[in-house]
Design a protein around this ligand. Structure first.
Ligand SMILES: Cc1cc2nc3c(=O)[nH]c(=O)nc-3n(C[C@H](O)[C@H](O)[C@H](O)COP(=O)(O)O)c2cc1C
Length: 192
């Protein structure tokens, strides 16, 4: 299974870096290990290879996903518990990991991590279609250069209906940031 999370890493000076990442988990090791797969080049990859630790954050604040994709990476952090870094202050749950081994790949190495600490910080309140729409739109934004323009437009129009019916202010703001970025991409595309 792949879970869409916010992964926090840090460099050797302790400077944190926040990035949305789909982390892979599989039975029977789901509670003991997980795999992070960054596409090269990636600061998450560089930090994990040098500091050897990370914190995987579960959050329903989809502004963080949209924010990271639109240049807004400054989200409140607090120190993590077992590894020497940070977690999202408002995470619902966190998983602290240490890098165990790396499966090299020129495009997308597989970073196998051992779970050293897990904690719940706030309850899961239920599924929300607008949150799903923002996460899907954020993935589209991360692939703007690679996907056909018609596919992007078709998917956005489908996602928009779930968003319109179910969004709260956070989801609406996250969506607006993403649409701004897509509009900028579209106007550059028209010029060239
Ligand atoms: C929901 C979601 C999941 C993502 N999963 C991955 C992933 O598994 N690997 C990856 O390299 N980028 C992923 N991305 C894109 C990265 O977050 C983005 O490109 C980021 O800047 C990665 O580079 P960095 O490590 O240098 O920050 C994802 C984006 C979203 C919105």
């Amino acid at each position: 299974m792949i879970l869409e999370t916010i992964v926090i890493t840090w460099d050797l000076q302790g400077i944190p870096h926040i990035a949305p990442m789909g982390i892979h988990t599989a039975a029977p090791d789901a509670g003991r290990s997980l795999v992070i797969l960054p596409f090269r080049p990636s600061r998450t990859l560089d930090n994990l290879l040098s500091a050897g630790q990370a914190v995987v954050n579960a959050t329903d604040d989809v502004r963080i996903f949209a924010g990271c994709l639109t240049g807004r990476r400054d989200w409140p952090l607090v120190p993590s518990q077992r590894v020497s870094g940070y977690r999202l202050r408002d995470a619902l749950a966190t998983t602290e990991v240490e890098l165990e081994r790396t499966e090299e790949d020129p495009v997308r190495p597989r970073l196998h991590c051992r779970i050293v600490h897990s904690a719940s910080h706030a309850p899961f309140r239920g599924f929300n279609r607008a949150q799903h729409a923002v996460i899907e739109a954020a993935i589209l934004v991360s692939r703007l250069e690679r996907l056909p323009w018609e596919k992007i437009q078709a998917e956005l129009s489908y996602l928009q209906s779930g968003l319109d019916k179910t969004a709260g202010p956070r989801e609406r703001q996250a969506w607006d940031w993403l649409m701004e970025k897509i509009a900028q991409f579209e106007s550059k595309r028209e010029i060239s």
